[in-house]
Design a protein around this ligand. Structure first.
Ligand code: DAH
Length: 349
């Protein structure tokens, strides 16, 4: 009886398997013939209640049928699965170029310019120094010989920070990198030549050529009295700008005033856009205004603790941001800090 029933199950199972085609049908078939509660399994579970002779007959038969049905099921499933594969869609083109796994970021155009400037100065034997962006009023102004309550402090459109208590140390978002001169002098003894790249902040009405946050460069060189002169400055500046623009650039000085230099200059470079012939950028003059410079005021040396008259040196500062605008011919300074990735991505290298 049982033996026939098992053979019957085998036959039914095989026949119904041939008609199965959907995933749901497969699942139902598997539960029905191979599942824990399948008839065949129930029979096998009941083996223990049978007589020894029956056990010897039914046990191996039941197990064989179970294995055969399982094998048939695996083959059928595999076949159906293969039939359903869209081979075209599965085709792998081993010659196709790969996709970058992680999209890579890149340097900001101002950083690219900073790196280039640093490379040139390093090749000329300069060191690179750094200072805090939140600077004490002492380093930003007093140490640089800006008189207290003198309009010279307004020259720089400072963002003043509201302070609860009038303590001795007031801080400002630094308006220039010049304060690092004194910080560096306090920690080093001349001779030295140093550059200080840095971000600075001004309370300015912004327009295409003015931004409240921009990048500057300070460059200074100090040695014993008489070793570093205005001529040294002019030579260093011409060497630097010629290397930067890859062409011969001349520097022109005009008298000016800065509290921390004496004498002081504004300096221009020959226009690199028109070869000093005159163009809209240089307003037909052949010269581009670049920055300020001068011989370091002895008051500044005194702020750093040096003896008056012992050392002599030049200092100059200029806007890295302006150089970036010139180099990449960007017409609006505000694009640089706008955070607009469509603009920034153009500088991927
Ligand atoms: N710190 C000045 C500014 O931001 C620029 C400057 C002028 C720097 C003359 C100097 C200098 O080192 O000698 O406007």
């Amino acid at each position: 009886m049982l033996q026939e029933r098992i053979e019957q199950i085998m036959k039914e199972g095989r026949e119904s398997l041939a008609t199965v085609s959907t995933a749901a049908d497969f699942e139902a078939w598997e539960t029905r013939y191979l599942g824990r509660k399948s008839e065949l399994n129930e029979i096998l579970k009941g083996l223990k209640d049978l007589s020894p002779e029956e056990k010897r007959l039914i046990g191996p038969l039941g197990n064989r049928v179970k294995q055969e049905l399982a094998a048939a099921f695996a083959v059928a499933k595999e076949t159906i699965f293969e039939r359903n594969i869209d081979w075209e869609a599965e085709r792998i083109d081993v010659t196709a170029p790969g996709h970058p796994i992680v999209p890579c970021g890149h340097l900001h155009p101002v950083t690219l310019i900073e790196h280039r400037i640093q490379d040139i100065f390093l090749s000329m034997g300069f060191s690179i120094a750094d200072g805090p962006e939140a600077e004490s009023e002492w380093y930003n102004f007093d140490a640089l010989n800006f008189p207290k309550d003198h309009p010279a402090r307004d020259m720089q459109d400072t963002f003043f920070i509201r302070q609860e208590k009038k303590s001795q140390h007031r801080f400002v978002p630094r308006t220039h990198t010049s304060g690092v001169q004194v910080r560096y002098m306090e920690a080093h003894k001349p001779p030295f030549r140093v550059i200080v790249p840095g971000r600075v902040f001004r309370n300015e009405a912004t327009d295409a050529s003015h931004e409240h946050t921009f990048h500057q460069f300070e460059c200074f060189m100090v040695a014993e009295e008489g070793m570093v002169t205005v001529a040294t400055f002019k030579h260093v500046a011409e060497t630097f700008f010629s290397a930067f623009f890859n062409e011969k650039v001349s520097v022109r000085l005009r008298p000016s005033f800065f509290p921390f230099t004496e004498p002081s200059f504004e300096f221009d470079i020959s226009c690199v856009l028109c070869g000093a012939q005159g163009c809209p950028t240089c307003k037909q003059t052949g010269w581009l205004e670049i920055g300020g410079a001068g011989m370091i005021n002895q008051h500044v040396f005194e702020s750093a603790g040096y003896r008056r008259g012992q050392y002599q040196g030049f200092a100059w500062g200029f806007g890295v941001t302006r150089l970036a605008l010139m180099k990449y011919r960007i017409s609006d300074i505000r694009l640089l800090m706008s955070g607009d990735l469509r603009f920034i991505r153009q500088f991927q290298q």
